[in-house]
Each structure stands twice: as C-alpha cells, then as structure tokens.
Design a protein around this ligand. Structure first.
Ligand SMILES: [Zn+2]
Length: 260
C-alpha cells in the first residue's frame, strides 16, 4: 500500500520516523507521499528520502497555513527558495486555498498570491501538483483552469488531497482528470455519507487514499483501503494495485520494477 498523503517530515513526527516506518511496513505500507509545507520541512523530506531510498515521494510547496504567517516579502523569498529547490522533489505541494472560518480573511489575498505563483511554477517545471483546498473550490478551480487546463487536458497531473467537498463540487475536478485523495471520513455511517457518495462517483482510476498522518495514525491506512474497496465493490488486492497504478500515473514513473 501507499499512503498517498502524509507528513512524516512534520516536526510532530519526524524524530519518530524510523519507528513509524517500521510499524507501517508491518501493516503493509511500502511507500509514502509527503506533503510539503515550508522550506525547513523540505530539508527533512530530503533527509528521509536519503535514508529510505525509493520509499518516499517528495513534494515541496508552501502550505496555505504557513503562507498565512508570512509578510509579502517573506512569501517572495520562500517562493524563490522553492524555485531553487524544486528540482530535487517529484512534485509541488501542498499548495492551495483554505478559506475555512478559522483562517484569517485578511490573508486570503496572500494565500491566493502564493498559490497562483506555485501553480505557474509547477507547470513551467512540469511537476505534478498536490492541492489543499478547503471552502475554496470555485476559487481554486479558477486558478487551475487558467494555468493548468489547456482545453484538452491538464498540463501536469493534479491531486486534491483530503477531499472535503460534496459530489457536485467534485464533478468539475473529476471531469478535468484530477485525482481525489480520501481519508477515513467516508467510513462513518452517518457523517461520512457525503464523502462516501463522492467516493462512489469518482472513477477508480482517479482515487487515492491517505492518512494525512500524523492527523490520523499512519496504521489506519489498511482500514481505509479495505473500506474504500468495499464502497467501490472491488476485491482488495485489485483495488490496492489500482491505487499504486494511480500514484505511478500521477508521478509518471513506473515503480513496478523496484516493487517486484
Ligand atoms: Zn497535508
């Protein structure tokens, strides 16, 4: 299995990464897609990738929550740093817009500024994009349509991580070929209805699964895979293979040779 979005390089769990990886391996997790947040965290990603060759997918980006804490000149210097370091990552992210009520509306312009710049950079450098979008689906869609959508398709692959909208909001993204990454929300019989309907509507070629760890325990991943396979009416092994194939398509790599 692959955890399609998690934060092993987050300061909350980086020092425990060896233990988390061995617990993960014990339950069948072979690869980890890291969600980037800030320049210091990218360096920790690089360290993990060096320690665990072939097991990490690195993504460097400026997370909207991190951007919110910066002044405009600080954002510009962080963007310059991203430009210089992006070559060593496989993808750009997480980037996006978060207009949740707890966020600071005074900073929405800055979020937008950093997001727009990162999306343009990803296209210029041909890097797939990991999106973080909360309560800003229309605004984010506008940015993607103007910079990544070419009319016939996406210029670089996109994943919407920890998808939190409903199935109507998912529609335009699915039609563009964006991959939706789900975490355990769909499992809850009552609160998970909206998420389960979206999972059901999403073509299996566009589904990814994640813990967003350490938000959720990394070892919850097998349960998320098993429950999602049930929702899709698929046999678990075939379903797992499909998610691996989806990540390979996202990063345009073939990892089968290494997997055996
Ligand atoms: Zn994340």
């Amino acid at each position: 299995m692959i955890d399609c979005h998690c934060h092993l390089a987050d300061s909350r769990c980086f020092k425990d990464a060896d233990r988390i990886l061995s617990e993960g391996r014990a339950v069948g997790i072979r690869k980890w897609v890291l969600g980037g947040t800030d320049p210091v965290e990218w360096d920790r990603q690089a360290e993990l990738a060096g320690r665990y060759p072939g097991q990490m997918f690195q993504n460097y980006g400026l997370h909207p929550w991190w951007v919110e804490k910066l002044s405009r000149p600080e954002i510009d210097s962080a963007l310059a740093m991203l430009k210089s370091k992006l070559g060593s990552a496989q993808g750009l992210g997480e980037t996006g817009l978060d207009f949740y009520e707890k966020r600071d509306p005074e900073k929405f312009d800055d979020q937008f500024y950093a997001f727009d710049a990162q999306v343009r950079l990803a296209v210029a450098r041909e890097k797939p994009i990991v999106l973080h979008v909360v309560k800003a689906f229309d605004e984010s869609l506008g940015v993607i349509k103007s910079h990544v959508w070419s009319g016939g398709g996406l210029q670089v692959p996109i994943m919407l991580h920890r998808y939190s909208g409903n199935e109507q909001q998912a529609k335009p993204w699915i039609e563009m070929g964006v991959m939706l990454s789900f975490t355990e929300a769909f499992i809850d019989p009552e609160r998970g209805k909206k998420s389960r309907r979206t999972l059901l509507e999403t073509p299996v070629e566009q589904i990814l699964l994640e813990t967003d760890g350490p938000d959720l325990p990394f070892t919850d991943l097998p349960r998320i895979y098993a429950e999602a396979a049930k929702v899709k009416g698929m046999e678990l092994k075939a379903f797992q293979a499909q998610i691996v194939a989806n990540i390979e398509r996202f990063y345009r790599v073939d990892t089968r040779a290494k997997n055996g």
